[in-house]
Design a protein around this ligand. Sequence first.
Ligand SMILES: [Zn+2]
Length: 462
Amino acid sequence: MGKVTITFLGATSTVTGSRFLVSSAKSKILVDAGLFQGLREVRRMNWNPFPVDPKTIDAVVLTHAHLDHCGYLPLLVRDGFAGKIFATEYTQKLATVILRDSARLQVEDARYAAEKGFSKHPVPLPLYDERDVESTLVNFAKANFREKVQISQDAFVTYFPSGHILGAGFVVLEIEEKLLLFTGDLGRNNHPLLSNPDLPPPMHFDAVITESTYGDRLHETSQGEFAAQINAAIKRGGSILIPAFAVDRTEVILMALHDLIEKGAIPSIPIYVDSPMALTALDYYRDAVKENSPELRPGVALKWKDADPFDAGELFEMRTVEESKSLTNIDKTSIVISASGMGTGGRVVHHLKNMLPDPKNTVILVGFQAAGSRGRSLEVGETKIKIHGAWVPVRAAIVKVESFSVHADSFELVEWLKGINHPAQVFVVHGETDAQEALAENLRKKLNWKVIIPKSAQVCEI
Ligand SMILES: [Zn+2]
């Protein structure tokens, strides 16, 4: 039996840039090829040459479509990777939307840098462009949930629904008689559409690689809090802005609003979804409901057979730039849901600029806000934030509602992981340092596991 190693090429001491290389004598498998996001020095790592020649990688296993898991793929392909990218059906569909949007943003950023002259390069280049994305998409290969697929000479992968976003899975990788489990991003047991994460299969794992985004925190606030904040804003005559990740969070929020309106907990007011990417993703979720996709909660398809789960009656889908701009002048109390979720880019930036100075308005933060993002600045109570080179005063109410997280919290992570039969080695990744350490400590104390927090580029033998 040959040696199997895992090299941690990203998501060490950070929640972004998931890239794990598993190598045997016969093959090299890359699990996720994510983009680094957040602080400038973290983002800069995207420009570093890939530490392993992409030509030598046999296959990529993609756990789900979020950019911090798939956003590096176009560079990998441009630099010579020619193997297959394994993904479930909806991961493939959503990754297509997310990667095309990412290329557009990279090109826009480069153009902006060129205009403003703040790049060191005479002609600033984008990290990648639309062509790189299109040549990546042809490499996708579909994997079904709970079916073992051969991905290289000596490696097999099986996907299990992880309840995180549509298409997301945790994966079991078998290579040279070694068994590895990658949690990807682990969801929770309360998603309104997706079924609970599958339980870990009853195998003896040689290595478990677990995320730890919320390894040091519990999700506490409830839907009651969400309703109360909306009602408070309505009473002040203001509007509500919800920066939301385009994929999944928008769906979860729309369903929560639908539910609250139906129960009479909040009045029916116009709800605008202002993000082209979110709207495309919304259509995929509608497709999944229509065709009763196996990842859905039992009964969901039947319940929404003749109705739209996302529309409580006043849903407006703002597809064009003109429609988006028209929102600036809306004087009627309304709810605007727009991406990106951390206020780092996209149409939400314009809404923040427009709505933050007015104390009648409320901004509701519903997701993880990475260090260095505008969302984090708002979360920690800064009184002004920089947008398009100018300071914008923060007078609107800023509230955080954590119940919409699609990541397991510290208790839920341990509860799920303890279903695994004492793994030989456990690696804690995909978390900021405090979260990684808290989860590692919990697993050592509660489950008596051998836990490692790998450093960047560390190579570990399995
Ligand atoms: Zn994710």
